[in-house]
Design a protein around this ligand. Structure first.
Ligand code: NAD
Length: 489
């Protein structure tokens, strides 16, 4: 089956390009997919434009659109095992993680199915009985949805569900490294009854397919999740056509642990925060900021447990963490070990590839902990996007907050303490889009997700996640017009 979806048909790339999708566990070829270029992107945009301008989806009632979104949610659950397996083969994550992603995404489709129906706009009190003033929320138009490789299905769905709910048409551009679950998602969207032209899919490189979408005057909005540098390039390119831009970028997220925290829970979550999915999580807790008096006990235990993490094949139920996504990405992560050592950080464990022969063909990297770090170090400031934890110490609440904010990013943070007042003070003091108190990682479809500062522009999930894909239109109606006689009195 061809893997580009344009105007309701599965097609090959017009220039015949293909790309092998590699399993990061053993470098085997999972599947060969079609690899498009700017010409394919042009055809996909034309299809989305025609579908939008023809009202093929935006003209449906909200209830009818909502029914289709509910159906997508059902189909995701029907094919849960298959999708989880695809995500494991494509990204290296464990099957359990892949299954969690499918469940989360199902919840997101259900949430926006409900939101689609409960968003009739609002009446505005103009303070004048002869005026009828209303605000309507309309779709933005043609949306380019560009996603990264770490959560391929999840990140794309956070865009597709609200964009569809709001009545837009779209072109999807997943990461060239991990396209498989997006192909599957589009199959399900088609099966659920979304009309031809509404959802189009173009696989291919960011520099050609992605750039075309961002530059195209026929595209009204770009919603992008990915790295800071790409986000900057997109924001700047989008200025030429003044299109709407939503950016979900990186993070360097502090996990702040006070001495009065529940030790067992805090240790457990500190490991989960940084080593889940081998640290390839935008909201990973890669900066442990720990109370001075707790430091030695906490870090000793954390290192002991990090050394017991079982690396392996994501399909194996005993595996606790899979490989990194690609050879290129492992090189990047590995380079940060040298950076940390040169800056004077103390390597407590990891910092290299595993010796285990069974893992030789995979892109594995050992869970790594650097102690004696400070916030002026690059290894503390830059997103390593791998299993590398840096440890800093603090002495009081104010310095903990200051350290937590000493980053150009602002995506997520956590605070661990048994003092509720202090937890609240820290949570409010932190300049991050999500703050967890005595937890790390959960999100809710109903609650906004996104970044302060260089972690992005705009929000996904929650009501704001729908608003990103809407234009507000004010209709002001004068029900008893009288001449004003301003001119020519
Ligand atoms: P990336 O920026 O390299 O690529 C992301 C997507 O952009 C890919 O589909 C790529 O092909 C495309 N792209 C590349 N150049 C482009 C261009 N010039 N124009 C248009 N599209 C282009 O990111 P990545 O390496 O795939 O993903 C990792 C990054 O994603 C990390 O920085 C991570 O923090 C971030 N991320 C953020 C969130 C969040 O919610 N804030 C979630 C997941 C990942």
């Amino acid at each position: 089956m061809s893997t580009l979806f344009i105007d309701g048909r599965w097609v090959a790339a017009s220039a015949g390009g293909t790309r092998e999708v590699i399993n990061p566990y053993d470098q085997s070829v999972v599947r060969t997919v079609d690899d498009g270029d700017a010409l394919d992107a042009r055809a996909a945009v034309a299809s989305a434009r025609a579908a939008f301008d023809g009202g093929h989806w935006s003209g449906w009632t909200a209830r009818r659109r909502s029914g289709v979104l509910h159906r997508v949610a059902e189909l995701l659950q029907r094919d849960r095992a298959e999708i989880a397996r695809l995500e494991t083969l494509d990204t290296g994550k464990t099957l359990v993680e892949g299954g969690i992603d499918v469940d989360d995404v199902t919840g997101v489709f259900r949430y926006y199915a409900t939101q689609a129906e409960s968003d009739p706009g609002r009446l505005v009190d103009a303070g004048d009985p002869s005026v009828r003033s209303r605000v309507l929320y309309e779709p933005v138009g043609v949306c380019a949805l560009i996603a990264p490789w770490n959560y391929p299905l999840l990140q794309m769905s956070w865009k597709v569900a609200p964009a569809l709910a709001a009545g837009n048409t779209m072109v999807l551009k997943p990461s060239e490294t991990t396209p498989l679950t997006t192909v599957k998602l589009v199959e399900l969207v088609e099966e659920a009854g979304v009309p031809p032209g509404v959802v189009n899919l173009v696989l291919g490189p960011g520099g050609t397919v992605g750039s075309f979408l961002v530059d195209s005057p026929e595209v009204d909005m770009v919603s992008f999740t990915g790295g800071l540098e790409t986000g900057r390039a997109i924001m700047s390119a989008a200025s030429a056509t003044v299109k709407k831009v939503a950016l979900e970028l990186g993070g360097k997220n502090p996990n702040i642990v006070f001495a009065d925290a529940d030790f067992e829970a805090a240790i457990d979550y500190a490991l989960l925060a940084v080593f889940f999915h081998a640290g390839q999580v935008c909201s990973a807790g890669t900066r442990l900021v720990v109370a001075d008096e707790l430091h030695d006990r906490f870090v000793t235990e954390l290192v002991a447990r990090a050394e017991r993490i079982r690396l392996g094949n994501g399909l194996d139920p005993d595996t606790e963490s899979g490989p990194l996504v690609s050879a290129e990405h492992r090189d990047k992560v590995e380079s940060y070990v040298e950076v940390g050592l040169n800056e004077g950080a103390r390597l407590l464990t990891g910092g290299r590839r595993p010796d285990d022969e069974a893992l030789r063909d995979g892109f594995f990297f050992l869970p790594t902990v650097f102690d004696e770090c400070s916030s002026d170090m690059r290894v503390v400031q830059e997103e390593t996007f791998g299993p590398i934890l840096t440890v800093e110490r603090f002495t009081d609440t104010e310095s903990a907050i200051a350290l937590g904010n000493d980053t150009t990013y602002g995506l997520a943070a956590a605070v661990w303490t048994s003092d509720a007042d202090r937890a609240e003070r820290v949570a409010r003091g932190l300049r991050h889009g999500t703050v967890w108190i005595n937890d790390f990682g959960p999100y809710l479809p109903q609650a906004e997700w996104g970044g302060y500062k260089r972690s992005g522009v705009g929000r996904e999930l929650g009501h704001a996640g729908l608003s990103e894909y809407q234009e507000a239109k004010h209709i002001y109606e004068n029900t008893a017009p009288e001449p004003q006689r301003w001119f020519a009195r």
